[in-house]
Design a protein around this ligand. Sequence first.
Ligand code: FES
Length: 107
Amino acid sequence: MGAEKTGWVRAASRRDVTEGEVLGVEVAGHLIALYDVDGAIFATDNICTHAYARLSDGWLDGEAIECPLHAARFDVRTGKVLDPPAVEDLKTYPVRVVDGEIEIKLD
Ligand code: FES
């Protein structure tokens, strides 16, 4: 419904993401990770920029997600690399919550 026009697409129910947790979802063919950091939702690509691992299989510590494969860490708010071996930042997406649904804005 209008996703092509506005770019906002439903990603999950707000209640599906619990505080301090990461959830992997597929949104319009994109693998996305959703994070709840102290009650605020953030969204990034779910695939690590280093090799191939799902960040949703990793560990969220505050605002840092740790990759389960080689332990690179990223700031989920900005996508910035915090710790190697990753060197490339993660792509992030704008997030909003509408009527209990998490929506992200794809390009
Ligand atoms: S795949 Fe994530 S750190 Fe290597």
